[in-house]
Design a protein around this ligand. Structure first.
Ligand SMILES: Cc1cc2nc3c(=O)[nH]c(=O)nc-3n(C[C@H](O)[C@H](O)[C@H](O)COP(=O)(O)OP(=O)(O)OC[C@H]3O[C@@H](n4cnc5c(N)ncnc54)[C@H](O)[C@@H]3O)c2cc1C
Length: 291
């Protein structure tokens, strides 16, 4: 049973922020409720005040221009990202990732902001945003701050959000030329949370095909979405070949500290990190070569 709470349904960001400031730690935001209701039913959270932001239509948008990049409002549902023609054209990795996130029903109601703020290290969007060098806009009364997506998760189900802050926007820069990005996760069934997942972005130097930059982020390999910086260094400045990919995937596996549960042991997950980093990096490389 869910504990009693007082319910608010603000229609503007300002209204929501003023409620958050008033009730602070005793209040929690609910958006689509796809994760929030689960933790409330488990009584992991028993907020006295529930601030339902789903009606703030100003935070439901997808905007793109080449200079500014992509901007996604926090209340955009997963299904809209999956189906957005502009995202399919310029950030195909995002729509493909969404296509394997949960079921259509969950994607139709759950929001991208709720996913990131739930801060489940097995979540799919965070590693993709980290590979894409995305930033997050966090608003509090009279103030906004922008942080790197990779700085947002602090621990399992914990974020950098202060009690009077909410996530309002995800900003994804247009990738440099000759960049390819890919994401895949190991699923027991399509739409499952990943046993492990890997997002890789590779930028090649024009002309000689040397790897100018690489970003590798792993899901379900730590208490937060994990950037595998040592593995990235294996690739940067080199011409990527099969041997180098093997070295990078082995290094990524040493950086991973995955959980152990019914879906796999730590050792199994580390082996799967190798498989997925290599597979996904190869795909990102192919895309970079065509970009
Ligand atoms: C059956 C099922 C399968 C799933 N499978 C996957 C999967 O394969 N991959 C995956 O990545 N996810 C998966 N999920 C998780 C799902 O993506 C998230 O539950 C959903 O996106 C959360 O969005 P929401 O709008 O429902 O957030 P809510 O559940 O309403 O909120 C989640 C958390 O975020 C906070 N919050 C929400 N919005 C904001 C905001 N704008 N600012 C500050 N705090 C905020 C809430 O306070 C709460 O702590 C699955 C969920 C279900 C139920």
């Amino acid at each position: 049973m869910i504990a009693d709470f007082e319910y608010f349904a603000p229609k503007t960001v300002e209204e929501a922020l003023s409620l958050l400031s008033k009730y602070k730690e005793e209040a929690k935001i609910i958006a689509g409720g796809q994760s929030m209701l689960v933790v409330m039913k488990q009584r992991l959270l028993t907020p006295e005040y529930l601030i339902d932001i789903k009606g703030i239509t100003a935070l439901d948008y997808i905007k793109y221009d080449e200079k500014q990049g992509l901007k996604i409002g926090a209340l955009t549902i997963h299904r809209a990202i999956e189906q957005s023609p502009v995202i399919q054209k310029h950030f195909g990795v995002l729509s493909a990732m969404e296509g394997n996130l949960a079921t259509i029903q969950t994607r139709n109601w759950g929001t991208i902001g709720g996913n990131l703020c739930h801060s489940d290290p097995a979540g799919d969007p965070a590693p993709v945003f980290i590979a894409l060098k995305a930033k997050l806009k966090l608003a509090s009364p009279g103030r906004e701050r922008i942080i790197e997506a990779e700085e947002f998760s602090k621990d399992y189900l914990e974020t950098d959000l202060k009690s009077n802050e909410m996530l309002t926007e995800i900003q994804v820069p247009t990738p440099p030329p000759h960049t390819g990005t890919a994401y895949e996760k190991l699923m027991v069934m399509k739409g499952d949370m990943g046993v492990v997942g890997a997002a890789v972005s590779i930028t090649l130097k024009a002309g000689n095909g040397v790897c100018e930059n690489a970003r590798i982020a792993l899901s379900n390999c730590s208490s937060v979405p994990l950037r595998a910086k040592k593995a990235e260094k294996v690739l940067i400045g080199k011409t990527i070949n099969n041997g180098l990919l093997t070295k990078a995937d082995e290094v990524a596996a040493t950086e991973a500290t995955p959980p152990e549960d019914v879906h796999g042991s730590v050792e199994y997950r580390r082996e799967m990190v190798k498989v997925f980093v290599k597979r996904v990096a190869r795909l990102a490389l192919e895309r970079a070569q065509k970009a």
